[in-house]
Design a protein around this ligand. Structure first.
Ligand code: SF4
Length: 445
């Protein structure tokens, strides 16, 4: 039996997909079937945005801000036009070409990995058109609608393996290096390949009230030896750790491993006080190039409501320690958490302004109510007075809510717009780099 694992448009084509690579390795090590991968996302972007590919793959980035901004606006339009087409039963762009790429592989089973909701539209269109091939769907962004279109939906790789092998497994292999050579790495939109890596099952903190990322999965670190084997096998020199959070002790061990292999790396962290100047200096010396810090807010009241487990003074020290060490700091900021007032919002703006020199880039978002989160389950405790769900054709229902006091979702959006130029002035890196964070490896200030 031939199994084809497919990654779909739309997401930024800056690196090969981690999820599919991991699934490919798991199935290859535990089954005798033929397993292949196909990244239709990068193929779509190569067809539609060849000028973007050429520019981002070159090292001549003199007018990066201008170019990346235009590219981003263009892709936004294309994505939304094609999503509209799928919702209205029309074929999206390059649909026949992409469908043909699947057919050319002559698979018995096609499995779609839906990691982002933006991938649900092509999944929807392709599932409707694939006849005489068994279809399988999985991933965190699978909607009820997609489940009804696919022949099978599996929650994890084990269920998928049991399906293709038609038996329960014993003695499964879970520890293996990943193989990124299954893709054409020349296709991705960066000057040099950036490999995504996950070093643990999930976030070990699991307490932020707005977050559902960890999905009650127990925290487990993957063996360092396997990660090192993946790094060595890839022969690449740039790695982005997609873990939501990594403890300091583990980071230092990972840093030592990257350093031995002469690699540069970036990661996402919660800014707690153990990130001292000494720790940050050691990590920088081990190749740590940038950190995406989950700052969320510069207002202690909001941080406490979020249960971030951080305090504003420590966050300031962490940013300073990191910047002084030479690491580039990206700050994730979330506006509009239920109960946040205009004064709290402005406190965050003031925080950003006063830490200006230690911040390279700010990535803002507006709070969204997600099922499965503490805020959703205990909405009244957070001052949410009502929750409404409106149905959508392809995606899960859209959730809106009202709050007793503080900023509504709309208020937060308006305030962000009002302070946009203040935020932009703090960025020393082009703000469009928020959509191409892997490019931070290659951007010189
Ligand atoms: S927001 Fe980040 S640190 Fe907080 S629980 Fe979620 S993944 Fe963990």
């Amino acid at each position: 039996m031939k199994i084809l694992l497919v990654y779909l448009p739309f997401c930024t084509p800056v690196s090969p997909p981690y999820s599919l690579t991991n699934l490919h390795a798991f199935l290859t090590h535990n089954s005798t079937e033929e397993i292949k991968v196909l990244d239709l996302n990068v193929k779509f972007h190569s067809l539609k945005f060849s000028h973007g590919k050429k520019y981002f793959q070159s090292s001549n980035w003199n007018n990066y801000e201008d170019f990346a901004n235009k590219y981003h606006q263009e892709t936004k339009k294309v994505y939304s036009k094609n999503n509209w087409k799928v919702v209205h039963n029309e074929s999206p762009e390059y649909f026949d070409e992409l469908l043909q790429q699947i057919k050319d592989e002559k698979p018995d089973v096609v499995a779609f990995s839906v990691v982002y909701s933006s991938q649900a539209f092509y999944a929807h269109a392709l599932l409707k058109s694939l006849k005489n091939i068994t279809t399988v769907i999985g991933g965190p962004a699978v909607s009820e609608k997609l489940m009804t279109l696919a022949d099978h939906h599996f929650k994890n790789e084990l269920e998928f393996l049991n399906f293709i092998e038609k038996k329960e497994h014993k003695d499964l292999v879970f520890d293996f290096p990943l193989d990124f050579s299954i893709y054409n790495l020349e296709e991705y939109f960066t000057p040099e390949t950036v490999i995504p890596l996950k070093t643990s099952t999930t976030c070990y903190y699991q307490q932020c009230t707005f977050c559902a990322h960890y999905a009650n999965v127990p925290y487990k670190e993957y063996p360092l030896e396997n990660i090192q084997n993946t790094v060595v096998k890839s022969k690449m020199k740039h790695f982005f750790l997609i873990d939501d959070m990594i403890p300091v002790k583990r980071l230092l061990a990972l840093g030592e491993m990257f350093s031995k292999n002469g690699a540069k790396w970036g990661c996402q962290l919660r800014p707690t006080k153990e990130f001292t100047e000494e720790v940050m200096k050691t990590l920088y010396d081990c190749g740590l190039t940038f950190v995406l810090w989950g700052v969320e807010s510069g207002c202690q009241k909001t941080l406490d409501a979020i249960k971030k487990g951080t305090n504003v003074e420590d966050v300031e020290s962490v940013l300073k320690n990191s910047f002084t060490a030479g690491v580039k700091n990206v700050c994730y900021i979330m506006f509009g958490f239920p109960g946040e007032t205009e004064e709290d919002f402005i406190e965050t703006i003031e925080f950003l302004k006063s830490n200006n020199k230690n911040i390279d880039l700010i990535s803002t978002s507006i709070f969204g109510l997600q099922p499965g989160t503490n805020v959703y389950q205990n909405s009244q405790k957070f001052g949410i007075t009502s929750i409404e769900e409106s149905k959508r054709t392809v995606l899960e229902p859209k959730i809106s809510y009202s709050v007793k006091e503080g900023l509504s979702n709309e208020d937060a959006k308006k305030l962000r717009k009002k302070y946009l130029s203040t935020i932009d002035e703090i960025n020393s890196y082009p703000k469009t780099m928020n959509f191409f964070r892997e490019h931070m490896f290659f951007m010189k200030k």
